[in-house]
Design a protein around this ligand. Sequence first.
Ligand code: THU
Length: 137
Amino acid sequence: MNGSNPLSSDTAEALMAAAEEARGRAYAPYSGFSVGAAILFGDGRVVTGCNVENASYSLSICAERNAMSTAVAMGLTRPVAIAVAGPDGVFCPPCGACRQFLAEFSGGMPVIIKGEGGITSIALNELLPSGFSLKGE
Ligand code: THU
């Protein structure tokens, strides 16, 4: 379950709903751009995160890395899928740094994003071709 298998649309919708809920907890007073992320694991658990900004701007953390770091601290290192929710109507795929960060734990998991026509799913390795690896693969 750790590859790029598509999720059922119900599961994808539920994961997006969890990301949207987490988005409500974003701390984004500087950009005003709130983001939420929800990561599904094989045992059904969902771990969420939001962006957390700082007056020293570069210290800000994205929602996706916040969620994945929380999951690792809980002992969950094999994500099945992630949903990312930005402001309404904004297509919000993970930034480049988050793509690399997430690829550490799953090369090809589905990334669920809300597009114009509703929910879409893109495999992480499509979003991050030729990501960095110490093995040079
Ligand atoms: N942000 C995320 O949380 N995830 C991304 O993938 C891209 C950007 C946040 C960082 C910053 O707090 C705000 O969005 C504006 O860049």
